[in-house]
Design a protein around this ligand. Structure first.
Ligand SMILES: Cc1ncc(C[n+]2csc(CCOP(=O)(O)OP(=O)(O)O)c2C)c(N)n1
Ligand SMILES: [Mg+2]
Length: 348
């Protein structure tokens, strides 16, 4: 499905060979870190993690379209690949999975990535608010900063998503709604949560253009996301992208997919691995060779080791911060809770 008008000023230049290789290197780095994070959880280095195995093309491709000098991204709990592509410090990102700091220790304003959001559909309204702020404040060159918000097929059933889509369209807010339809919301398959089977099809009801794309084709994802950004940046309002992909692993490290799907179903549903698919394409087009792939993997391994060391070295944060940072000015109720907490945990 493609209901996005060809907007003026869309950068139509194809990706260069160097950019294609960069995309591959990013996907390998993300794959390696993602699979390692599951091992870290099993080894007791981190208590929990939400893997994105199979969603590397959707995440790297969409994150690649972001202009970190003026856009802002609102992730869920599964966007490690987006964060890595945007250049976020990965020790700071992973700190949330070590339970050191809720939402990650990175600076959202500097990195342009909002804190990791565990509330399903929790970030979509934030994105609309931020984007409307762009419209209200305007920019000297007339080109708006764009908010990109991520959510899943399951989240699309939440009331917040309806409100966000409706308000964004009514206010022509510069938002890209990036849905990763990975086939599952924990144990519930898409057909049991999205009537009609397509989140993109709903956009028409909000008066919003939509693109339903092959989310396992990284080049298609970059191109679609760039088009959506150009449309929103020029003041034409929001766009919804539904990237069709597949969650190859468990929902999280505490999930056992064997309880609701068979290995045969996994194999059939997943199709060809997006990383392997891209590798084959680069070889067929003469853009990369075995030496390049080996180098990319070695770099990913070195990076993972550095991040693991960083995570292991992270100390804990003072517990009182959970009370200090709720509101700018504290309230009597919070003060009372903080006093109780200190009494119980610090015996003061
Ligand atoms: C408001 C809210 N309801 C329920 C949950 C529990 N929960 C966590 S993830 C999830 C499923 C989300 O599925 P989807 O939106 O498809 O995203 P995916 O996990 O597949 O990336 C649920 C129900 C939650 N975190 N927040
Ligand atoms: Mg899902």
């Amino acid at each position: 499905m493609d209901t996005l008008p060809v907007a003026s000023g869309v950068a139509a230049e194809p990706l260069t060979p160097a950019q294609l290789r960069e995309l591959y290197s990013l996907m390998v780095a993300v794959r390696h870190l993602d699979t390692s994070a599951i091992a870290w959880q099993r080894q007791g280095i981190i208590p929990g993690y939400a893997p994105e195995l199979g969603q590397e093309a959707a995440q790297v491709g969409s994150g690649y379209a972001v202009d970190t000098t003026r856009d802002f991204v609102f992730p869920t709990y599964r966007e490690m690949g987006v964060a890595r592509t945007m250049g976020v410090d990965m020790v700071a990102y992973m700190s949330t999975h070590k339970a050191t700091w809720h939402g990650g220790l990175y600076d959202p304003v500097e990195s342009r990535l909002a804190p990791i959001q565990a509330v399903v559909a929790g970030s979509v309204l934030h994105a609309v608010g931020w984007a409307h702020g762009q419209t209200l404040s305007g920019t000297p060159d007339g080109k708006l900063g764009v908010a990109m918000t991520y959510f899943g097929d399951g989240a699309s059933s939440q009331g917040d998503v309806h409100e966000a889509l409706n308000f964004a369209a009514v206010m022509k807010a510069p938002v890209v709604f990036f849905v990763q339809n990975n086939g599952w919301a924990i144990s519930v398959p898409t057909e049991r949560q999205v009537a009609g089977g397509s989140v993109a099809a709903r956009a028409a009801g909000y008066g919003m253009p939509a693109l339903q794309i092959d989310g396992d084709d990284v080049v298609a994802v970059v191109e679609a996301t760039r088009r959506a950004f150009a449309h929103a940046r020029a003041g034409n309002g929001p766009v919804l992208i539904e990237a069709m992909t597949y969650r190859r692993g468990p929902h999280s490290t505490s999930d056992d997919p064997g309880r609701y799907r068979s290995l045969d179903e996994e194999r059939d549903g997943a199709g060809l691995d997006p990383l392997e698919r891209f590798r084959q394409r680069l070889v067929a087009d003469g853009i990369a060779d075995e030496a390049f792939f080996a180098e990319a993997l070695a770099a990913a391994k070195a990076e993972e080791e550095q991040i693991r060391n960083g995570i292991q070295a992270l100390g804990s944060r003072p517990g009182t911060e959970m009370f200090d940072l709720v509101f700018q000015e504290t309230t009597p109720a919070l003060q009372a809770q903080a006093a109780n907490w200190r009494e119980e945990s610090e015996h003061v």
